[in-house]
Design a binder for this molecule. Sequence first.
Ligand code: NAD
Length: 487
Amino acid sequence: MNNSGSALKNFIGGALTASSAAVSIPVMDPSTGKEIASVPLSSAKDVDAAVRAARAAFGSWSATPIKERAQVFFRYKTLMEKHAQELAALVQQENGKMLGEAMAEVEKSIEVTEFACSMPQLTAGEILEVSRGVECRIDRYPLGVVACITPFNFPNMVPNWTIPNALVLGNVMILKPSELVPLSSMRLAALLKEAGLPDGVFNVVHGAQEVVEALCDHPGIEALSFVGSTRVAKLVYARATSHFKRALCLGGAKNHLIVLPDAHEQMTASNVAASMSGCAGQRCMAASAMVAVGNVDHIIKRLCDEARMIVPGKNLGAVISQQAKERIERYITEAERDGATILVDGRHAVVAGKEGGYYVGPTVIDNVRPEMKIAREEVFGPVLAIMRAGTVDDALKIENANPYGNAASVFTQSGSMARYVAERASAGMIGINIGVPVPREPFSFGGWNDSKFGAGDITGKSSIEFFSKPKKTTIKWNPESKVNWMS
Ligand code: NAD
């Protein structure tokens, strides 16, 4: 099933299905600015067709024992390993990141799938004699049709945050990938089919706002997960829950790294540089703001040296679009105009032989004040805004005041200072001397505040709560009376 390099179709009921879309848009290779495919902007009609196919598959998939469902995902994991190079190349082509970064994404998808394969062990029910001769047991049930909406920055990994866990738990799914990076999802659909997933259990509907709204509104969908910007996460959360759906919507980020004077110079400098520039800064876990406590000029100097070694096209990928490049450069220009100091300037980057690519070089900006736009808003590019603070409490005030809360890190060699900051930072994922503190399975992924709407997290053990519902059964077989209070 090869659907790349062409006009994409939806994947419904196990087959490539023409979209009812009146409009298709080009899919670009951000590293060259050249068109590589076109994607249809599907309609509510296509969503309805996918819901019907998914609902038709739900009965037999949910009745398949979980150990059998997990077998499909053992095979899926093996297929992703077998095709890892090809999957990474596809991510690189549609997203513009470096091949090594794309491979890391595929590896994370494999790790999530390994976790899903252990669902039979993790979700074994609970049973207890709660009174003499009376038992209570808890069994987990799938929800039904779940919809998952994903962003452009991890075309392989973010869909895989939900696919294996939700499906092993017995749900059926409609995925709406970002219209900017729709190719990887089609390849995943093909691998799931090859792994033996029954038709209709996994469906892909391409499109944008109209499809997302139809997913929020459709009465045949039980739950919806969303990963993307905070603006859209709020809209989607409000709309899906207004239709009484279970919803979990992950939003944007403005991650603060607090650097104390005793931090290890080289480790801090290279970690911060890698965090702000990896995947061209288009990670919800990227370092976006650094709060320098006291005199850490030696670390900032080393950090700038590190940043200068990060070269567009060599070890720094492209950003997603020309529009994104212009937006990022505008943030830098406005910061300069507002009085910040540009220490390393990545504007107007051009890669020889790829002049049409959307590149922004690593950018380090000092003397940023908390009220500046660049300190408050998510830039989503390889840009680090440095703010100065006199004390660690002043630094925490800056971190706490930003409305996001995905991640925060502290760099220090003092255990007690690390703990002090970790306890007080207002974020769901904390790094201590780690620039990108992504929790690994079985720990779950998710932020706080305006970085997440809804209870629980999207991966790890927390995903079990989101993608299933507990049934509590109370049992008594022997007609004894007066031996227990439940007779
Ligand atoms: P986005 O919000 O623009 O798009 C995300 C999804 O929503 C896409 O599938 C898109 O088609 C759809 N969409 C866009 N506008 C819509 C609208 N008005 N109504 C309904 N649906 C709409 O996000 P993006 O630019 O693709 O991704 C980047 C953002 O995602 C960043 O803010 C980043 O921080 C965030 N992100 C967050 C996490 C996390 O775990 N918190 C992970 C990855 C990315």
